[in-house]
Design a protein around this ligand. Structure first.
Ligand SMILES: [Zn+2]
Ligand SMILES: [Zn+2]
Length: 269
């Protein structure tokens, strides 16, 4: 992978490094026969229909607000979960590709830590296919992603959620604005915190640098665990005037308790 070595000499996290990495991924895509990222069979689309429909939880009844799997009859529209009823989040809906389990956990891990940015495109396209949420009363939504901290971006060289957002925005022909959310402080709360502790630690963690009167915004994240990060992001966007915030996440963990999430997650997000 000479192209990746070439990009490693560029200051990590710079726009140039990101552009080079995406260009390298694009060239590889063009040169190599496309094969499915799950079953490895040669396929036109890099996540084949068979594998997409077999993802765990892909047809599960989910709370429309936070994407948590809720018990319920298969065909009836699922009701909101108890947590969303008790304490409604600032976001209106969450679109989920599938559960955080094999093979999505492996793919997200490879995207995040293996620096295989080319995985973002099939995941973003699959997520775009799930996005049937209406925004009738709003202008076409702006697409953005949960930003990494500056330190994490420098260490990793790219924001995996932004790369997924880029693919989703392109597939749905929606405008992408990667600067809609900024972190107001460095570092992230420890993964050992429980949901309620995580939420208070994350309150005010994001700001929106410009007013968004009446806008609809799609916020992309790779994995949703307690939902505290997406709650804080949606609060910042709503404070800036956004009328509707919709989350799009590749993988949703089944439990909301951070201590159990920790056992399922491959490492820090
Ligand atoms: Zn496949
Ligand atoms: Zn819910």
């Amino acid at each position: 992978m000479g192209a990746m070595n070439a990009t490693s000499r560029v200051s990590p996290g710079s726009d140039l490094a990101g552009r080079l990495r995406r260009a390298a991924a694009g060239l590889l895509d063009a040169w190599l026969p496309a094969s499915c990222i799950v079953c490895d069979r040669p396929r036109g689309d890099r996540l084949c229909d068979d594998c997409e429909t077999a993802l765990p939880g892909v047809r599960a009844a989910r709370c429309p607000r936070c994407g948590l799997v809720v018990p319920g009859p298969g065909d009836a529209a699922p009701a909101r979960c108890a947590a969303c009823d008790d304490d409604p989040p600032a976001f209106a809906a969450t679109v989920v590709l599938a559960d955080y389990a094999a093979p999505l956990d492996r793919l997200v891990h490879a995207l995040k830590f293996g620096r295989d940015a080319s995985l973002a495109r099939p995941l973003g396209h699959a997520l775009a296919r799930r996005l049937a949420v209406g925004w009738r009363d709003f202008p076409p939504p702006l697409v953005t992603a949960i930003p990494l901290s500056t330190a994490r971006l420098a260490e990793r060289g790219f924001n995996q959620s932004l790369e997924i957002a880029r693919a989703l925005a392109r597939a749905r022909r929606l405008p992408l604005d990667h600067r809609l959310l900024v972190r107001t402080r460095s570092g992230a709360p420890a993964a050992t915190l429980h949901a309620a502790e995580r939420r208070s630690a994350l309150a005010g963690a994001f700001a929106t640098p410009r007013p968004l009167p009446g806008c609809a915004v799609i916020v992309v994240d790779d994995v949703m665990t307690t939902g505290a990060t997406l709650r804080a992001a949606a609060e910042a966007l709503r404070d800036a005037g956004a009328g509707r915030v919709i989350n799009c996440v590749v993988a949703r963990t089944a439990q909301t308790d951070a201590s159990r999430d920790r056992q399922r997650r491959p490492g820090p997000s």
